[in-house]
Design a protein. Structure first.
Length: 297
């Protein structure tokens, strides 16, 4: 009998890619917000009790960082309260849980990339809600694994790379923040990592699998400014007609581009713990982004 895998957030960037990556590993039951409202903890509880999955993969989240400053209750309902219920219900049935979190649990004041042991200190409501979700899951489910990642992009869904391509067809000048750095990470990579982890889980067995918290991002890092320039350069190389030239993308500081939510200046995550534990090579962000841009363009 096939193992039952419950996948949430099927319409998001990561959820879309996970449907492909998880298919060979069992019976995938993929749900979106229309199938299960994660703002309603009872709906989450009923879904798990009804399906009794062996494995739960949870990329579902409230990810509108600026809107979360206004919709605080909704952000906490989806990112924290739902995780508490998911963890408790998973523990009862012995299900393995893989959940995705964010670099925004940190305040960005550290000079080096953050390791898993560094103390979180979120600067915004989104980061606070995700941190509370991490803590709720880890304290309620002994068979849970959390992947913190950053700056996600993909072929499916909306993201920074797509926004830049759209603006590059309308604008002749663009200002981008140059004093915030992080690692752009592809949804495809996160899906492949998840499949690798599940295979390891099935090989190790529940008793020997190293559950816990891991950082997973592409190798290297960049600023939003350099990231945007790279996207436009790749677009021009592909023959895309753009009104914006890379030289007309200009750097500004985050103080010159105020947003509702404060973002960390340093979003770099150290992935050594993940690489050492699971023997998985992570590609550089430029290679992953070029691959996705070829599909978009």
């Amino acid at each position: 009998m096939d193992r039952k895998i419950l996948l949430t957030g099927k319409n998001g960037q990561v959820g879309f890619e996970l449907q492909r990556a998880l298919k060979p590993l069992g019976e995938v039951i993929a749900v979106g917000s229309k199938d299960c409202d994660f703002a309603n903890s009872n709906a989450v509880k009923n879904l798990i009790r009804q399906l009794k999955p062996d494995i739960i993969i949870n990329p579902a989240a409230y990810t509108a960082v600026d809107d979360a400053e206004i919709n605080k209750q909704l952000a906490f309902s989806i990112n924290a309260d739902a995780l508490r219920v998911l963890g408790l219900e998973s523990e009862k049935i012995g299900a393995c849980v893989i959940h995705f979190s964010t670099d925004y649990v940190f305040d960005g004041t550290k000079q080096d990339p953050y390791v898993e042991q560094d103390k979180p200190n979120p600067l915004n409501i989104y980061g606070l809600s995700k941190l509370e979700g991490e803590e709720a899951l880890l304290s309620s489910c002994s068979t849970s694994l959390i992947l913190r990642t950053s700056w996600v992009f993909g072929v499916h869904g909306s993201n920074f790379a797509k926004k830049i391509l759209s603006l590059a067809q309308q604008r002749e000048k663009l200002y981008l923040v140059a004093n915030q750095v992080g690692s752009p990470t592809s949804a495809c990579l996160l899906a492949d990592v998840t499949a690798h982890l599940l295979k390891s889980y099935l090989d190790f067995g529940k008793e020997n699998f190293p559950f816990g918290l891991y950082h997973v991002v592409s190798e290297g890092y960049t600023s939003w400014y350099e990231y945007g320039k790279f996207v436009v350069e790749e677009g021009l190389k592909s023959g895309k007609k753009l009104t914006l030239q890379p030289s007309c993308i200009l750097p500004i500081s985050s103080h010159e581009y105020p947003t509702k939510a404060t973002r960390p200046a340093n979003s770099r995550l150290n992935t050594q713990h993940f690489k050492n534990t699971f023997k998985f090579d992570l590609p550089c962000w430029q290679d992953s982004l070029s691959h996705v841009l070829k599909q978009i363009l």
